[in-house]
Design a binder for this molecule. Structure first.
Ligand SMILES: *Cc1c(COP(=O)(O)O)cnc(C)c1O
Length: 383
């Protein structure tokens, strides 16, 4: 059957019809008064979802563009930074730093484990000459479904006093509480195809006052991703270059929907879905890559039982049920599958995915569970 594809991956995420309709409209001029009104409204809504009074700038770029902007605008060649690296996206932060000649010291943890805040504390405390210019971390590590302890690591950065904290919140913003002003986070990057419930194409960077101070002396090359230019134009409800006007209009719709739902309800929904997905996996005798204490609210990485290939499960569930789950990346390929429950996902979607996983496991001859056990466990957590 056509048009029944169900995305349960951590991006791109499902898009509500109201937002799709905004994408289908004729574009309007990006310098028009009408578009300025849209920009003004979208900017106010972005500040709401970021829980900040500071700037939130829109880039026509994927999330990695927002990450790169978060580096090139605030750091200089040779700067010493600490980079949290416990998965694909932590690794990417390090790669971006390397590309610009930044001296990036990786603070590593095994894939599937959270970063240890104590390591950051020790390195920051030992830095009495205040050479560390930034601590860069991924809040929700999408490749493993691990949530790093942003609050504790940030508290060590604040104790250091000099370093900026630069955060990839791509799969946490709009899903989990990321109170930017309350935590005084300096730079926070995110992308449209994740919690924002619209397709890929826009990146967002929230920038605080301390980061703008660093901007003045940062000497890395920048042009398209120059956030100073973006800020100047944002003050006039505009953008330096032709932005994806339809995407911005779709964003206005999706953020409006999110405001109606309310931040607390959105966070509670993601937590509920995380709990349901994990309970279902356990009830089916499947393993979980992340432990309970550090499990992301938006992605659940599942370890199939011995003898069952994760890629086989993914291909059968896709073929039989048109449900797309994400695979493992790099050395975790074939070892895990990941359920995305991020953005426009309802309780019904969770139950559908869990029952399809059960049916798929049965078809593959796996008998390690009582039929219905996963669905029952999920229902218990959803109600
Ligand atoms: C999706 C994602 C990104 C951005 O990736 P793009 O493909 O460039 O949009 C960055 N960080 C995390 C944690 C992500 O999940």
């Amino acid at each position: 059957m056509e048009d029944k594809l169900m995305l349960m991956i951590p991006g791109p995420t499902p898009v509500p019809e109201q937002a799709l309709l905004a994408l289908a409209k004729s574009p309007i001029g990006h310098r028009s008064g009408d578009f300025s009104k849209v920009m003004a409204d979208v900017t106010a809504k972005l500040k709401w979802i970021h829980q900040t009074e500071n700037d939130v700038l829109i880039l026509t770029a994927s999330g990695t563009g927002a990450m790169e902007a978060a580096i090139v605008n605030f750091l200089s060649k040779g700067d010493r930074v600490l980079v949290g690296d416990n998965g694909k996206f932590g690794e990417r932060w390090g790669d971006v730093c390397d590309a610009y000649g930044i001296n990036a010291e990786r603070v590593k943890a095994e894939w599937g484990k959270a970063l240890d805040p104590e390591v950051f504390r020790a390195k920051l405390e030992a830095d009495t000459n205040k050479e560390i210019k930034a601590v860069i971390i991924t809040h929700s590590e999408t490749s493993t479904g691990v949530m790093n302890d942003l609050e504790t690591i940030n508290s060590h950065v604040k104790a250091h006093g000099k370093a900026l904290i630069i955060v990839d919140a791509v799969t946490s913003l709009g899903a989990m509480n990321v109170p930017i002003d309350a935590l005084a986070l300096d730079v926070v990057a995110s992308g449209s195809q994740k919690g924002y419930m619209i397709p890929p194409g826009l990146g967002f960077v929230a920038v605080g006052p301390k980061a703008w101070e660093a901007y003045k002396t940062a000497n890395l090359p920048r042009y398209y991703l120059d956030l100073g230019k973006a800020r100047k134009d944002a003050a006039k409800n505009s953008t330096p270059f032709t932005t994806s006007v339809n995407m911005v209009m779709a964003l206005q719709v999706s953020l409006g929907m999110m405001q109606k739902e309310g931040l607390e309800s959105i966070f509670a929904r993601h937590l509920r879905h995380r709990n349901a997905a994990r309970a279902a996996a356990k009830a089916l005798g499947l393993g979980l890559l992340a432990d309970d204490a550090s499990a992301s609210h938006s992605i659940t990485a599942v370890v199939p039982p011995e003898g069952l290939d994760a890629e086989k499960i993914r291909s059968v569930i896709k073929k039989n049920f048109d449900i797309v789950l994400a695979g493992g990346q790099d050395h975790l390929s074939g070892k895990i599958f990941r359920i995305g429950h991020l953005g426009f996902v309802s309780d019904r979607d969770i139950l559908t995915a869990v029952s399809a996983i059960e049916a798929t496991l049965q078809q593959l001859g796996y008998t390690g569970f009582t039929p219905g056990a996963g669905v029952k466990a999920a229902i218990d957590k959803l109600s």
